[in-house]
Write a protein that binds this ligand. Structure first.
Ligand code: ADP
Ligand code: ZN
Length: 526
């Protein structure tokens, strides 16, 4: 056209303004729409709230035929369809909740070319009946939403998603899109391969959430540390506190309540009515702190959550990113705070080893845990680490604990060698507590019984106190220099990878443990 804009783009923009009421496209939306309208395949990676829906809805409106959207969540499909219908777009939804009559109505609409968008659950789509119906109508595109469900290693795995590659074989001329907000590189590669999207154009929006301040701290008195977070910066604000177990959720909520915090519990074991009431209060009232298991959060859209705190380690970096992403949706300053300790590391390791996962899955779980621990033990910007895991290179952010409190690194080579030696010299048959006793030269019944008070490592560790050694043990575990053995006593062994460190061939730089604010504060108060 005369002004140099592509006709496709201006039509799409016209729809965006007229039907959706948005002034302009965001990020790569326009490029994605152009590409798909032109018949190309696309892989769209965008954080939640990034605006994925228009990326397939507008191409469906601009192309001939019906856009078929695969989505795993019935409730979400129904919301989307209702929203589209309200905008005057002919949309419907095919799921297992439909009666035969309702199915017939949709079938008729399809055959008469009356529908522009059809949402369908994957198990429906793959039935012979539906595939046959699709062959009789014009299909504008296939959009596979929540495409990470194809990943066998993810927690949202749906076996039917794997069969979606059949679409490519049976409808080679129809453009296909896969969309997801889950973005670790492994999952991306899996989506491309399993959905036969190797040739698809990839559109990646930055996953950075610059208004979220990331802070990771060693666990001291975790509840007190949490209370300081809540009553300090975020007094009177809404937040979410994640705990591993239902029991801990109840305890922490009660404990906070006893200290004047408007805290409510939420977990899947609670009575449905109470759970719903708590969720309703969290969304409608100001300043509620929800103490919850990960059962809480999916689909909850509260823009002014000011902090997300983790009292236990999340399952992986992806899980951490999703959970902390619920903070600061309004763009105002928010905080992601996590406290972790030696016990987390030991426990999570053991949970993997003792699970009935296949060996292949254990390998993946170990790697995911390792990546999370590396993030926790980072000596450089947390955001750089987090985004690198998501496949983005970035610069130190100035808005994480490490950027804000720099100069905390120390040369841990010699203490690390001492701890590894103590583990080695005592025959790799003891847990952390005993190794610390040996290093500090503590005469205990155990050190005497095993003759460890005669070892050259006995009492050579005066440069750190017991806490300092435990911190170091945790860091060595996290970095994979120490391993927890597969027995019931959590005994430690020296890993093969520690050899170079022990020999003094490589140095080890670690972040100095942050003195927990709570301890310092309490001393001041006492
Ligand atoms: P996602 O599926 O990626 O989580 P949605 O498609 O639900 O995101 O969009 C999130 C919000 O952003 C919606 O309220 C939507 O109306 C809005 N939105 C999407 N694109 C635009 C745009 N170009 N301009 C303004 N708002 C937009
Ligand atoms: Zn930073």
């Amino acid at each position: 056209s005369a002004d140099g804009t592509q006709p496709g783009t201006s039509l799409a923009l016209d729809i965006l303004r007229r039907i959706y009421g948005h002034a302009a496209f965001r990020g790569p939306q326009a490029a994605i729409i152009d590409h798909v309208v032109g018949g190309g395949d696309a892989l769209v990676l965008m954080p939640t709230g990034g605006g994925k829906s228009v990326c397939y809805q507008i191409p469906a409106l601009l192309r001939d035929g019906v856009g078929v959207v695969v989505s795993p969540l019935i409730a979400l499909m129904q919301d989307q369809v209702a929203a589209l219908q309200q905008m005057g777009i002919a949309a419907a939804c095919l799921n297992s909740a439909l009666s035969l009559d309702e199915m017939r109505v949709i079938e008729g609409q399809m055959k008469r070319g009356e529908l522009k968008l059809l949402y369908v659950a994957p198990e429906r789509l793959l039935t012979p009946f539906f595939l046959n119906l699709l062959r009789q109508v014009k299909v504008a595109l296939f959009a596979i939403d929540e495409a990470h469900c194809v990943s066998q290693w993810g927690h949202d795995f749906r076996p039917e998603y794997i069969q979606l590659s059949a679409l490519h074989e049976q409808f080679p001329a129809v453009p296909r899109m896969a969309l997801t907000a889950t973005a670790d590189q492994e999952t991306r590669a899996e989506i491309r391969e399993r959905l036969a999207l190797q040739e698809a154009a990839v559109y990646l929006t930055s996953f950075d959430r610059p208004n979220i301040r990331y802070r990771v701290t060693e666990r001291g008195d975790a509840r007190r540390q949490l209370l300081e977070l809540i009553q300090g910066t975020w007094r009177g604000e809404a937040g979410i506190v994640y705990c591993q177990s239902r029991k801990k959720v109840e305890e922490v909520a009660a404990w906070l309540g006893g200290r004047g915090v408007a805290a409510l519990p939420y977990h899947a074991g609670m009575e449905q009515k109470v759970r719903a009431a708590n969720q309703h209060r969290f969304i409608t009232e100001d300043g509620i702190v929800m103490v919850a298991t990960i059962a809480f959060g999916m689909g909850i859209d509260k823009p002014d959550v000011r902090f997300v705190a983790h009292l236990d380690l999340p399952a992986s970096i992806e899980a951490y990113y999703q959970e902390t992403g619920r903070a600061g949706r309004d763009g105002a300053p928010a905080e992601a705070w996590l406290a972790f300790g030696l016990q987390d590391v030991v426990l999570l390791r053991r949970r993997i080893e003792e699970s009935d996962l296949s060996e292949a899955r254990k390998v993946v779980s170990r790697r995911k845990l390792q990546a999370l621990l590396a993030f926790c033990e980072a000596t450089q910007c947390r955001r750089v680490e987090l985004l690198r895991y998501l496949g983005e290179e970035s610069q130190p952010c100035g808005n994480c604990d490490i950027c804000l409190e720099p100069g905390e690194s120390w040369d841990a080579t010699i203490p690390a060698q001492k701890l590894l030696s103590a583990c080695w010299r005592t025959g790799q048959r003891f847990g952390v507590a005993h190794l610390v006793d040996v290093l500090l030269g503590k005469a205990t019944e155990k050190t005497a019984r095993f003759g460890h008070d005669q070892l050259p490592v006995f009492g050579i560790g005066t440069e750190l106190d017991a806490n300092g050694w435990k911190n170091l043990a945790r860091q060595l575990l996290s970095l994979g220099f120490l391993v927890v053995q597969d027995d019931e006593f959590n005994t430690l062994a020296v890993a093969e990878s520690a050899r170079a460190l022990l020999k003094g061939e490589v140095p080890l730089t670690l972040r100095r443990p942050t003195v927990s604010l709570s301890r310092r504060e309490r001393r001041k108060r006492d």
